[in-house]
Design a protein around this ligand. Structure first.
Ligand code: ARG
Length: 475
């Protein structure tokens, strides 16, 4: 047990308490962020004359050698240390001696860990944005390919009105687009540097917090030192954004599972994203989609866990906050994996166009348009609704569709029917007549596709920029 404190203690911490208290098991993944923050910190200490330039250089070299040795497998991160911060400091002192003991001047682990988590989360917000970009690209390509692929649209999982596959996928494009802009909002709000807040009340050293903030790519330093060490809002916002992404992925997965069922057969999932059964030779199961749906609950759990952890914590830092890491890492890893796998599954999925189109015709998806036809011939809508309802009942008895009835049969329900009814309720007409903004006709969808392109161009350019985007002003 190599602890950072000692002077004040007479006895040893119990082994169980040491293990219970330690975070090295999971915060070791913050090693690069910790070193980055320490390097910026000591550079500022040297600039301010708090340590010498030679000491700063020696600390930089020592920190680089630690990273290299860990990467090369020469130095193992063990639970002899409480956390990644003490592991690095102890190893640094071992390597460079007294200069290493000066690294922590004007700093506390409270602002140090606040910085590390922010740096880590900031990168993960970007990564998540990039994976979403790939999903949006795949959706956009599929939309372009399937602008003429007809399928039934559903409400209550009952056939409602015909739409196109491009239109259906376009709904998901909008959801993931909002998710992407949400990440930009979070980045914008969180990108301030907490280092220099000290334990909670700043420090008497003449630190240049602005210098450190700019070194590390932040917009500037945080304003209040107590808030700086105890703020985990940005993580909660991120977990909430991840939960929304998962909610969208989960709904989509549910549809893929339904579409892939023997009864629907709208899609065929590629073998690379299906699994078989140990007993039933015929089975090809949509496990990836099911797992995405399943992991959604787990990500919600992380959000809920951190919300509950934070709700009773008095200012400023309390150890409860160490609990922010495992749940966040789990949610971040899982959501990114889900986006990547779902994207690959979607890209390789086969859409059975003929089956979808046949299904779009059956099930009275033309009933609304048949009623609208009568309205255009002067029948009040409520009466038209009643007439078509009776026709549907009649068709169910005969096991046929509305357009299978002869004109004489139709006229027995209303003398307003003419020969043009058949054209009016043809599948193509039903869709192509829907010309309003956001509707499934080709003309409307082409406008949506233009917007897709604008968004994707803008989002990608911003993803590439060193200071991550504020998309709000462009919306
Ligand atoms: N492992 C701690 C965490 O993750 C680091 C901060 C420790 N600070 C302290 N005062 N004990 O929150």
């Amino acid at each position: 047990m190599a602890q950072l404190w000692g002077g004040r203690f007479q006895g040893e911490i119990s082994e169980l308490a040491w293990k219970f208290n330690a975070s090295i098991y999971f915060d070791k993944r913050l090693i690069n962020q910790d070193v980055l923050g320490s390097k910026a910190h000591v550079k500022m200490l040297a600039k301010q004359g708090i340590i010498s330039d030679e000491e700063c250089l020696s600390i930089h070299k020592g920190l680089d050698s630690i990273i290299k040795d860990v990467e090369d497998g020469k130095l193992e991160i063990t639970d002899k240390y409480e956390d990644i911060h003490s592991f690095i400091e102890a190893n640094l002192i071992e390597r460079i001696g007294d200069a290493g003991k000066k690294m922590h001047t004007g700093r506390s682990r409270n602002d140090q860990v606040a910085l590390d988590m922010r740096l880590y989360t900031r990168e993960e917000v970007r990564h998540t944005g990039e994976t979403l970009f790939n999903l949006l690209k795949v959706l956009d390509n599929l939309m372009r390919e399937h602008i003429d692929t007809y399928m039934p649209g559903f409400t209550h999982l009952q056939k409602a009105q015909p739409v196109t596959l491009a239109h259906h996928l376009g709904a998901y494009f909008e959801m993931f687009k909002r998710d992407a802009t949400r990440l930009c909002d979070i980045y914008k709000r969180m990108n301030y540097c907490p280092l220099g807040a000290g334990a909670l009340a700043g420090t008497t050293y003449p630190l240049d917090r602005e210098f450190v903030a700019l070194q590390l790519g932040f917009y500037g330093p945080t304003v209040n030192s107590m808030d700086s060490v105890s703020d985990r809002d940005y993580l909660i916002e991120f977990l909430s954004a991840l939960s929304l992404i998962m909610m969208h992925l989960s709904r989509f997965s549910e549809e893929v599972i339904i579409w892939n069922s023997n009864e629907y057969n709208f899609v065929t999932i590629d073998d690379a994203y299906s699994t078989g059964s140990s007993i039933m030779p015929q089975k090809k199961n949509p496990d990836i989609a099911e797992l995405v749906r399943g992991k959604t609950g787990r990500v919600y759990g992380s959000l809920n866990s951190l919300l509950v952890t934070m709700k009773g914590i008095p200012l400023a830092y309390d150890k409860d906050m160490q609990e922010d890491k495992e749940v966040s890492f789990d949610a971040i890893d899982n959501t990114k994996n889900c986006i990547i796998l779902f994207t690959d599954m979607l890209r390789s999925m086969k859409f059975n166009k003929d089956v979808m189109e046949k299904s779009a015709i059956r099930g009275f998806t033309d009933a609304t348009d048949a009623a609208d036809y009568l309205v255009k011939k002067g029948v009040p809508f409520r009466d038209a609704h009643g007439i078509i309802g009776r026709i549907v009942l009649n068709c169910i008895e005969k096991n046929c569709g509305i357009s299978d009835l002869s004109l004489d049969e139709l006229k027995s329900f209303s003398d307003k029917f003419e020969n043009d009814i058949y054209e009016a309720i043809s599948l193509k007409n039903i869709i192509e007549k829907r010309l309003t903004i956001g509707a499934p006709s080709k003309a409307s969808m082409k406008k949506a596709l233009e917007k897709n392109k604008e968004f994707l161009d803008l989002f990608w350019t911003r993803c590439q920029s060193p200071i991550y985007p504020d998309l709000e002003s462009d919306d």
